[in-house]
Ligand binder design. Sequence first.
Ligand SMILES: C[S@@+](CC[C@H](N)C(=O)[O-])C[C@H]1O[C@@H](n2cnc3c(N)ncnc32)[C@H](O)[C@@H]1O
Length: 488
Amino acid sequence: MSGTTSGSGRSGRSERAGRGGGRGSDRRGGGRPRPERVSPARLVAYDVVAAVRDSDAYANLLLPTRIERARLSAADAALATELTYGTLRLLGRYDAVIALAAGRDVAAIDPPVLDVLRLGAHQLLATRVPTHAAVNESVALVRRVAPSAAGFVNAVLRTVSRREPAEWLDLVADEAGSRDEALAAMHSHPVWIVRALRAALEREGRGDELLELLEADNASPRVNLVALPGLVDDAASLGERDRYSPVGLTADAPFALVAAHEGRVRVQDEGSQIAALALSRVDPVRPGERWLDLCSGPGGKTALLAAEALAGGASLVANEVVPARAELVRRAVAPVPLEVPVVVGDGREIDPPASGADRGYDRILLDAPCTGLGALRRRPEARWRKSPTDVAELTRLQGELADAAFAALAPGGVLAYVTCSPHTAETHGTLGRALDRWGDAAEALDTAAVVQGLARHPLDLAGDDRAVQLWPHRHGTDAMFIALVRKR
Ligand SMILES: C[S@@+](CC[C@H](N)C(=O)[O-])C[C@H]1O[C@@H](n2cnc3c(N)ncnc32)[C@H](O)[C@@H]1O
């Protein structure tokens, strides 16, 4: 994981400079390491945070295995999860605070020591862990990974503990070189993402919602479920129904429900449900229709489309370029009593007759590969791994996939272009250029009307009606973009 804070001038105003902890500090230490106890939850959190930085690990994949291996109790597992996710999400903010408290740029701090400081800062600034426990546990932890930095960690964290979180935010803002850099450091987003999110909101005339959005990205999302329509008895009684999705719900013990329903109740964001339903419910389904999910892995939307296809008498083919993800799609659709062929291939080379759709497909979902900037709350480390160059590469791929999807449509067929990114280059940019290329052959549909028509309650939507942009802060969903286009 590369640089987390913008600019390099974080050491300009020192709150208190500690000694040691710098890059190249002697990790072996002087004498024999003292066998000091560190809570197992903190050890697990440190392991995962360090692996995310060091080996590009994914926290959501690594954390459960580490929790299991350490045999953590439920309470310790919850603490390890909170420390890991909270630290990774707010890492940009904590780096800015640590730089001030240490009186040096975080790039000058040995990475393992910095990880310990980040975990300590999170405990001090965002949890109810008592100060002495946060500091002492951090010092004990650093003795294991970089013993000579114990004094430095102690000094920096004691400095952090002397101010309230709000005071630190003010100091961080004062230190920033511009308003955007201040927002980025305070709300822990890279500057380029702050600018991209603002641009997307301003396009809707809602630029004043930026702070709410940044904060929503820093909150843990609830676990949301989908009950596959037609396949779950009395689904409405299983929990509290979602506000918008007609097939979504939340429940007190979501994973028990998932286990009990063998794949017919699944974890799925409400925005993803709305995206799949926008396609399946754009028109009444005519029996015999042929549907395609072009970029289907890992298959969350495919499973919902399969249930909808089954109910309406349509057929469904799924395509995915990564074999391992195609396997996940097979597992996702297995509980639906509909045969769904899963093809492994590049969506840009899709050949409808090869899968029996001689006239082309009547409905195609293109849930395009994208930066995922709309799901930052779900993937705590993702924001630090993306870069603007990803956007350029992805928009090219999105355009090529959109052309292939449009070519694969039957006359009168509908394409749903979907991203879990609100970046305007990936949403309106890709869509607008595609519509220009397709000219009179394409009709942009009133996607807003379709989505409002299927939702349980009216959504507060802004911008033009041919696309729908959902938002974490406004709708409690991932920031999904949905646009429906008919082939004339
Ligand atoms: C946003 S994800 C789809 C998520 C999926 N619809 C769901 O709800 O679970 C995009 C998928 O596109 C796949 N992909 C990327 N490039 C592709 C290509 N050229 N052809 C087909 N699939 C591709 C990725 O491997 C990834 O699984």
